[in-house]
Design a protein around this ligand. Structure first.
Ligand code: DC
Length: 501
């Protein structure tokens, strides 16, 4: 990808602000312009560093690559024409509204006027019951789903939108606007109505004797009721249909109870895996995973599983045999017939067919070839199995790109170690310079953003935050500080759960 997109955010609230934050933090955006009506608010968002600059005027959208409409639905529908009018030919406009059909209908009415602008309806399924940019968070979207509803958009436009969502840390699902609205009626809009309705039936007097059940069912009714009324109005048909289905089930359950019988549920919540007392650390390249994992393993007296070293050793095995690395079958055969081990010392030695290859696997020619193997599902499956066996046979700190999501999702202690693109770039730049290497700044930036893009967008084992991973941003932390954040979080959890590790 080219470095640094120029992004416009129309509506710098909790969602727009969170998008702006993540896109700048991750290096996807080189510049973010906020557009809105309230100058005070926009100024405050700029002063907080959420956007680079602001404008009250849609004309300023004409120099941007991607414009995100993050305002309430009525406003998206009303202003879609003026936004499409204002952006330059070739620009991408996407909305992030919670209902898609009315937005698509509006676009269908006006699309012929803007044949050279690309509009992509979408919905990042994440949010907060709080509003305003003060409540925006750069980790809001990590590990969540974004729905994209293409309207015969060219393929390269769709892949750019997908890449943007990947940089927000999201998986992308494609579906029609109607399918989206139907599913969301059940999974989001109906639960909100139930929560709002629940408030009405429990008198305020009773709240003094309420616990977790009331808190959980009423939490989402703290959301902005005006915003939700807009959503309900725009998804009226799907929503009332889902409501009737709900009422039927509710009635039946009440009748069953009245008859003195036991009620059932149609499917059980997902079973939690039995946790294992290992620590799994995930995150982007250059956030400090390997350094911190090593120090943590030493402090906890756990073994260290450096999963990257195994991908490297597998690559070396194939290179030594002179196998063409794009010959998938030959590569799989070679890796399956090789013995790849990590010793138990910290840091571990990498052993390939009985030979210590710890130094050789760090050579640039190996580093440059790992991606051939890392992208192959069968190779990943094989190495994941070896990694799981090691991690399950004792306590370990396990580190690598997919360890919290794929290799060891049942680890009791999961961390997503993050840092801004700029911080990761500066660390890498300094590291190379300290080694006495000539570094071209632009080239290094380009390489790193490309690597991030590859890690985030790949189909197998992409970099994602596990929902229950503890988020640590090391941008402004020293190694020692980041290590302490992780170490004391483990200690805190152990103390609370009376775990002895
Ligand atoms: O962390 P490292 O640089 O040693 O990793 C080497 C390569 O292996 C890197 O390109 C990412 C890949 N890798 C992977 O695909 N999955 C892992 N769990 C660990 C590393």
């Amino acid at each position: 990808m080219a470095l640094g997109w120029r992004i416009g955010i129309v509506g710098v609230g909790v969602i727009g602000g969170s998008i702006a934050r993540r896109l700048r933090f991750s290096g996807f955006a080189s510049y973010v312009l906020g557009v809105g009506r309230n100058e005070e608010r926009l100024k405050a968002a700029r002063d907080k560093g959420i956007i680079d600059t602001y404008s009250l005027d849609y004309d300023s959208l004409d120099e941007l690559d991607i414009v995100v409409l993050a305002t309430p639905l009525d406003h998206i529908i009303a202003n879609l024409p003026v936004v499409l009018e204002s952006v330059r030919p070739g620009a991408i406009v996407l909305d992030v509204g919670s209902v898609k059909r009315p937005v698509v209908d509006r676009y269908e009415q006006i699309r012929l006027k803007y044949p050279d602008r690309f509009f992509v309806p979408s919905h990042p399924v994440a949010g907060s019951h709080l509003s305003g940019f003060e409540n925006s968070r750069k980790d809001m979207f990590l590990g969540r789903i974004a729905v994209v509803c293409p309207i015969d958009n060219p393929e390269d436009i769709i892949s750019q939108v997908k890449l943007m969502y990947n940089f927000l840390g999201m998986d992308v699902i494609f579906m029609s606007a109607d399918e989206h609205d139907k599913i969301l009626a059940y999974t989001s809009h109906l639960p909100h109505i139930i929560s709002f309705a629940f408030r009405d039936v429990v008198s305020e007097d009773y709240l003094k004797v309420s616990g977790g059940a009331f808190r959980d069912i009423s939490r989402i009714s703290n959301a902005d009721i005006r915003l939700w009324n807009g959503i309900f109005r725009h998804n009226k048909d799907m929503l009332t249909a889902s409501g009737r289905v709900f009422l039927k089930s509710f009635q039946e359950k009440l009748m069953t109870i009245e008859e003195g019988k036991a009620i059932g549920i149609s499917y059980l919540p997902q079973q939690e895996l039995d946790g294992v007392y290992s620590v799994a650390i995930d995150g982007p390249a250059g956030a400090g995973k390997s350094t911190i994992a090593k120090l943590l393993a030493m402090r906890l007296n756990f073994r260290l599983i450096d999963t990257g070293a195994m991908y490297r050793a597998a690559t070396l095995a194939c290179m030594r045999k002179g196998i063409a690395l794009d010959n998938v079958d030959a590569v799989i055969d070679c890796v399956r017939s090789s013995s790849i081990e990590l010793t138990e010392q910290v840091p571990p030695r990498a052993v390939l067919n009985g030979e210590d290859v710890s130094e050789e696997i760090r050579l640039p020619e190996v580093t440059n070839n790992v991606f051939y193997l890392a992208r192959e599902p069968k190779i990943r499956e094989h190495l994941v199995e070896l990694q799981r066996d090691m991690a399950l046979s004792g306590r370990a700190v396990i580190e690598g790109r997919d360890v919290t999501t794929v290799v060891l999702p049942e680890a009791r202690f999961k961390f997503y170690l993050d840092a801004s693109f700029e911080a990761r770039f500066l660390r890498r730049f300094k590291e190379l310079r300290d080694k006495g290497l000539e570094v071209d700044e632009q080239e290094l930036r380009q390489d790193m953003i490309q690597r991030d893009a590859n890690d985030l967008k790949r189909n197998v084992g992409p970099l994602r935050k596990a929902p229950d991973a503890f988020y640590v941003d090391s941008t402004n932390l020293s190694v020692e500080q980041a290590l302490n954040v992780i170490f004391y979080e483990i200690k805190r959890r152990c103390a609370n759960e009376e775990i002895n590790i």
